[in-house]
Design a protein around this ligand. Structure first.
Ligand code: SF4
Ligand code: SF4
Length: 518
């Protein structure tokens, strides 16, 4: 134990040193990227030094000023998905046209895996030829004085931050050098001074992102509110099994389609590692507010973890978990025979996800980027974020897990998911214990234990809250007077009694016992 603590402390120290050393210090100078600048300005003969505030370098041809080049991070540092800004080289000419944009440094996890550099280049190439005074927005069509460019599926936040960094830094460079549409001799709609003001540069990007996503936010909040109602009125709902089953199926479909494939808001163990990294590296709310869907979901999950445990997320809000469950139910309709491991094996297999989590955590202390690559053990990016449009190896892995899940219900969740494992730790402090049990549960009755979707009920009848997915199936059974033996017995007694009863009035005190809660 002492050795383990020593090991954790030494890793933590290494992490502090690592993160301390890896603060974003950009040592490259503009001449390191002269070949890129040459591509922007093929007739260039001189490239000046970075100077002024914000830093920018003049590009000249035989003494004549052709334009400027600069790094976005020298003008404005907007933290992206990784919590660190994206360093981009931008060049524009004296006709007010953007001549070139290239990312020279980034630590975006979404770009480390899944999205290729070519995708990214295709995205930023859309700026070339645009006016420095254009208002540029991501997605949709050109309207209200805005020029729109296409986003990259699965990297929405990154591209929004890129867009804000590029457009805002251009405005700062123009302002600092007194470059106006008039001085750059630009004709047309940009003569309108209002068009010059792209966006207030002091407004955090996350506010802009939240405004852009108001509709999505409203739908997400409505869904989360509905889930809260389900939790609060769970005892009543589970006594109406048809309504409850429809509600649950509908909710799971919404989770896959809306939270998953539409909003790409699949939480991941990478978020947990990034959060831990942010604590070492300098916590900033801006980094977490940048994605409203993820922020709201994490906020909701944090609250429900402390109230009901990890099951609320895993049983209701995880798109991959919901996809597995829906496919399993579909498989059951096609009479696919499911398989359960014997309890002893099942309990040993649980350990795998905790080991994966510990390994990822240890590696993240050394290298967050490497840990993020290994976090591909999660099939989320493939199945949800990239909607299976990815290299075949990843697709095969995700599909393989879904196929196994047809036979062993929620196989991935039970045995492999490091996020599920991470959520069990704070859930140990949960306040509510609303899942009801009877003294007969486990001794001898095993009905709920056999039905539980993740084998979270011990043979002795107790629910293992660390593993429970809060599907409420056992609660439906708990109140079912055709299934739960003690309640069946009570119903039978009641029926026998009411058959015998007509001739005899029911004693008042006996009526009271019948109405007593179980
Ligand atoms: S265990 Fe993992 S995959 Fe399963 S529902 Fe929970 S977070 Fe999702
Ligand atoms: S059946 Fe009961 S114990 Fe099992 S996951 Fe659902 S709520 Fe939890």
């Amino acid at each position: 134990m002492i050795n383990l603590l020593k090991h954790i402390l030494s890793r933590s120290l290494a992490a502090v040193i690592f993160f301390g050393l890896s603060l974003p210090v950009f040592a490259d100078g503009i001449h390191d990227h002269e070949s890129l600048v040459k591509r922007y300005f093929p007739t260039m003969t001189e490239l000046g030094e970075l100077s002024g505030e914000p830093l920018a370098a003049e590009v000249k041809q035989n003494g004549k000023l052709l334009g400027y080049v600069y790094y976005t991070t020298d003008a404005i540092k907007i933290p992206a998905y990784s919590g660190k800004p994206i360093r981009t080289l931008v060049g524009f000419d004296m006709q007010g046209k953007i001549r070139g944009v290239n990312i020279v440094h980034h630590e975006e996890p979404i770009l480390v895996v899944g999205i290729t550099e070519a995708d990214l280049q295709t995205f930023i190439d859309q700026y070339i030829g645009k006016s420095v005074f254009d208002k540029i927005k991501i997605g949709g069509r050109d309207r209200d004085g805005y020029k729109s460019i296409d986003a990259i599926t699965g990297a929405t936040i990154t591209v929004m931050v890129l867009n804000a960094s590029i457009t805002r830094s251009i405005q700062l460079i123009l302002k600092s050098r007194n470059l106006t549409p008039k001085s750059l001799a630009i004709a047309g709609p940009t003569d309108n001074p209002a068009a010059v003001d792209v966006e207030p540069t002091d407004q955090p990007v996350w506010i802009y992102v939240w405004k852009e996503r108001l509709f999505q936010i409203a739908i997400l909040c409505s869904g989360l509110f509905l889930l809260l109602l389900i939790l609060v009125f769970q005892d009543w709902l589970v006594q109406h099994p048809v309504l409850y089953t429809r509600l649950r199926n509908g909710f799971l479909i919404w989770t896959v389609l809306f939270i998953g494939w539409y909003s790409l808001a699949q939480l991941s163990v990478v978020n947990v590692l990034t959060f831990v990294g942010a604590i070492f590296h300098g916590f900033s709310w801006d980094n977490f507010l940048i994605d409203p869907m993820m922020f709201l979901l994490w906020g909701f999950v944090a609250m429900t973890l402390l109230l009901w445990g990890r099951g609320v997320y895993c049983g209701w809000l995880c798109p991959f978990g919901a996809l597995q469950e829906l496919l399993f139910r579909l498989g059951q309709r096609f009479k696919i025979k499911s398989y359960e491991f014997p309890d002893g094996v099942h309990q040993r297999l649980w350990a795998i996800k905790y080991l994966i989590l510990l390994a990822l955590f240890g590696i993240s202390l050394q290298s967050l980027v490497y840990a993020e690559r290994l976090a591909e053990v999660e099939p989320f990016k493939t199945a949800i974020t990239l909607r299976f449009m990815r290299e075949w190896g990843f697709v095969l892995y995700a599909l393989g897990l879904l196929v196994v899940g047809l036979f062993v219900r929620k196989f991935y969740c039970r045995y492999l998911c490091p996020l599920g494992a991470a959520l069990t730790y704070p859930a140990r402090f949960r306040i509510f214990d609303w899942l009801r049990r009877r003294k007969e549960c486990g001794r001898p009755c095993q009905i709920c234990a056999e039905e539980c979707e993740v084998q979270a009920i011990r043979p002795t009848g107790e629910i293992n809250a660390n593993e429970c997915h809060y599907c409420l199936d056992c609660q439906v059974t708990y109140f079912n007077d055709r299934k739960c033996p003690p309640v069946v017995e009570k119903r039978r007694k009641r029926e026998r009694f009411s058959k015998d009863a007509p001739s005899k009035p029911v004693p008042v005190e006996f009526q009271a016992t019948l109405k007593q809660p179980d």
